[in-house]
Design a protein around this ligand. Structure first.
Ligand code: ATP
Ligand code: MG
Length: 420
């Protein structure tokens, strides 16, 4: 127990965190290019926010939230998704009074869902997400899809498909709900237990059930796309026009409905094919009524969330190497009593921007070299008695064994040339 992290969580070890940092840098850059600036919201919010925002008929709210009473007897929930918190923040700080649209992204936001852990499905995962408040045009939906698409492409992920759909609005969706329910009623007994529950409270969700029998039964279900109102149909047409103009491959998939109640009009997913089946790396859509539902003004909005663990999984699966920055640029080794000289050299090199270290474990010189080698340091800087007396340092290129002795004051500069 004590030495085991809770099920469905994952440590990121010091030796692998550079992979996350690499993604973060790319994500920040993609977001900035399109005018999205970072927002940071708390890890927990009032439970009510998600019940109202995400929707209390969703799987997330009904089964998956980490909810607890704090010591003040308030019901608190660890974020099960990123959008509701961003919308709350947008409202609380009257960002709608500024020039719109208000564009923001979050990075590394921990997301908590009590799900059955399996490959690509954790109980704590992390998302990069972008949200745009106050823009109703389909150009926004398109820009977000393109942002996610180009980011993943740029990371080297291939066989990426972009699937889009429209799930209408409160004007046209009730009619569709009715038609879908009539269709499902005739097939009710064949549905999986979860879908039988969904039938009443959230029939749309039956369409994206992953169970085979449900997929089969709903193959010929009526399509929302045939029942969109004029406004939704036009919006969807414009989105497609934008995507065509950007020359990216995409498909209309009437089965995408997404798991959160707040979506209206556009929903989309970026999916890759892996040997274990399809994996959704990014999902998003428009949520034109969320802000209003939370007590704010009428405010169109659209956004997406991308799972960082899944992106890393795909990079692994496709054998894409993330360039490692290495650990040290140099390692200081010393002989005998020259510990303080070694310490001073180490600190001096650090001041010069050289990533370096020295032995802190009382190793012999031989063992120090062995350790330096293990860290992958490309250069060692040694202070023996002779060097200490002369105020010099012996530099060695580890890959070739080639050595040179330089005045201590020139060590940093020389190391830099050796690294170049
Ligand atoms: P899925 O259909 O795979 O359950 P979702 O529709 O629940 O995904 P979203 O709520 O849209 O996912 O979250 C956005 C992204 O976050 C997903 O596309 C995925 O990359 C990632 N994600 C969602 N749930 C998990 C999880 N339990 N573990 C790891 N990543 C996840
Ligand atoms: Mg899910």
């Amino acid at each position: 127990m004590l030495t085991q992290a809770p099920r469905g969580t994952k440590d990121v070890l010091p030796a692998e965190s550079y992979r996350w940092q690499y993604l973060e840098t790319k994500m920040r850059r993609s977001a900035a290019l399109a005018g999205y600036r970072e927002v940071r919201t708390p890890v927990f919010e009032h439970t009510e926010l998600f019940a109202r925002g995400v929707g209390d008929t969703t799987d997330i709210v009904q089964k998956e939230m980490y909810t607890f009473k704090d010591k003040g007897d308030r019901s608190i929930t660890l974020k099960p998704e990123g959008t509701a918190g961003a919308a709350r923040c947008f409202l609380e700080h009257n960002l709608y009074a500024d020039a719109l649209p208000s564009k923001m992204y979050y990075l590394d936001a921990p997301i908590f869902r009590y799900e059955a852990p399996q490959s690509g499905r954790l109980r704590e995962h992390h998302q990069f997400g972008c949200e745009c408040f106050g823009a109703k045009e389909a150009t926004t939906d398109a820009e977000l899809i393109l942002l996610a698409f180009h980011l993943l492409k740029d990371l080297g992920i291939s066989n990426l498909s972009v699937n889009i759909n429209s799930i209408g609005c409160p004007k046209c969706r009730p009619l569709y709900h009715q038609a879908l329910k009539e269709f499902l009623a005739d097939r009710f007994d064949g549905l999986c237990p979860t879908c039988r529950e969904r039938f009443e409270r959230n029939p749309l969700r039956v369409l994206d059930c992953k169970e085979k029998q449900c997929r089969e039964l709903t193959k010929d279900a009526p399509s929302m796309l045939n029942m969109l109102c004029g406004d939704c149909a036009e919006h969807f047409e414009q989105l497609q026009e934008c995507l065509r103009s950007a020359d990216i491959p995409f498909a209309v998939d009437a089965r995408i409905v997404r798991g959160l109640d707040y979506y209206t009009k556009t929903v989309f997913e970026l999916i890759t094919r892996t040997k274990d089946g399809d994996l959704t790396v990014c999902g998003g859509g428009r949520y034109d009524h969320l802000v209003e539902q939370l007590g704010g003004p009428d405010m169109p909005a659209v956004g997406f969330g991308m799972g960082l663990e899944r992106v890393l999984m795909l990079l692994d699966a496709e054998g894409i190497e993330i360039p490692s920055p290495g650990w040290y640029d140099a390692f200081v080794t010393y002989m005998g009593d020259n510990r303080i000289q070694a310490f001073r050299l180490t600190e001096a090199l650090r001041k010069e921007g050289i990533r370096c270290d020295m032995d802190h474990c009382g190793r012999s010189l031989k063992a120090q070299f062995k350790y330096a080698n293990k860290t992958g340091a490309p250069v060692t800087a040694t202070i023996g008695d002779e060097e200490a007396a002369a105020g010099t340092v012996r530099l060695k290129r580890m890959s070739t064994g080639e050595e040179q002795t330089v005045p201590a004051g020139r060590a940093a500069e020389t190391i830099r040339t050796m690294l170049a």
